[in-house]
Ligand binder design. Structure first.
Ligand SMILES: NC(=O)c1ccc[n+]([C@@H]2O[C@H](COP(=O)([O-])OP(=O)(O)OC[C@H]3O[C@@H](n4cnc5c(N)ncnc54)[C@H](OP(=O)(O)O)[C@@H]3O)[C@@H](O)[C@H]2O)c1
Length: 254
């Protein structure tokens, strides 16, 4: 595939993200607390998470290992960070969630497999086959956009991990109910885990400074801002004592 073809496909992918973004304010994605039997066949929640996220890990690992220029420049740094995130998301996170009887619609798992496969393929193929070698030289590693980007990536990853850990630990073993999370960034927003994930991929896009990475940032924002709004509205509906001053996902802003 030529660079031009990849850029056009990525541009179309960004357009789809914008359509999905608007749609998701009207149609709540039915997994986690919003899961629903109306969406057809259900599968185990932990299995669903693994199936959904593994393509992203495997496709990027494939391009890192077998790409023609994965080790000819410093693009392996980007591969490494992506693989770190998805190793956790596909193999560690699903084992940590306390979701005993919980299920998710198969259609959600299938659409997430598609979403993750396209994102990983666009990013992996670009880095492994098309990225100009001089762009990812040693100079890139000390550039301001790389340094700020990796800072945001690490901060976002840490916020996401810590917030998810707080949420997961709200339940004692065997419990399935929901509680009001408190402390850390929950003082400011309903979904600091989603905030962290958005910051993380914004940092990645800043570091990578290419269209596929930008498209993944746009998709993350497009998915997670409406999901955070759904979570926030759900809390307000289910807890009369929910802190009203909490924002949805961006501290002090939204
Ligand atoms: N990059 C992307 O586009 C993308 C898309 C989706 C998700 N993600 C990431 O995947 C992770 C999960 O996302 P999510 O929206 O499913 O997160 P979530 O709804 O906040 O749930 C996270 C975990 O905590 C539990 N939990 C949440 N709130 C709780 C409460 N008030 N009381 C007790 N337990 C609670 C959930 O249980 P239940 O499952 O039983 O609700 C789940 O196991 C996040 O880190 C997110 O950033 C990324």
């Amino acid at each position: 595939m030529s660079i031009n073809t990849l850029q056009i496909l990525t541009g179309l992918w960004i357009l789809i993200a914008l359509i999905v973004h608007v749609t998701m304010f009207y149609v709540t994605a039915p997994f986690g607390r919003h899961t629903s039997e109306k969406w057809g066949l259900l599968i185990d929640n932990k299995l669903g998470w693994m199936l959904m996220e593994l393509p992203s890990l495997l496709i990027m690992a494939y391009y890192l290992g077998w790409g023609s220029q994965s080790f000819s420049s410093y693009v392996w740094v980007l591969f490494g960070l992506w693989i770190l995130h998805y190793f956790h998301r596909s193999l560690i996170y699903p084992l940590r969630i306390k979701a005993t009887p919980k299920k998710m619609p198969l259609v959600i798992a299938m659409s997430a497999i598609l979403f993750n496969s396209v994102n990983a393929s666009l990013n992996g193929y670009y880095l492994a086959e098309l990225a100009p070698l001089e762009k990812y030289s040693q100079v890139w590693l000390s550039s301001p956009h790389f340094l700020l980007g990796i800072f945001l990536f690490i901060i976002g990853f840490a916020i996401n991990l810590r917030s998810d850990a707080i949420l997961i630990n709200l339940r004692k073993p065997g419990e399935t109910s929901y509680k009001i999370p408190r402390g850390f960034l929950f003082t400011y927003v309903s979904s600091p885990n989603l905030f962290g994930e958005i910051i993380e991929w914004a940092g990645f896009a800043l570091m990578a400074w290419n269209l596929p990475a930008l498209s993944f940032m746009v998709w993350t924002f497009a998915n997670l801002v409406p999901r955070a709004k759904n979570h926030h509205d759900w809390y307000l509906q289910h807890f009369s004592d929910y802190p009203r001053e909490r924002k949805i996902v961006f501290p002090f802003l939204y």
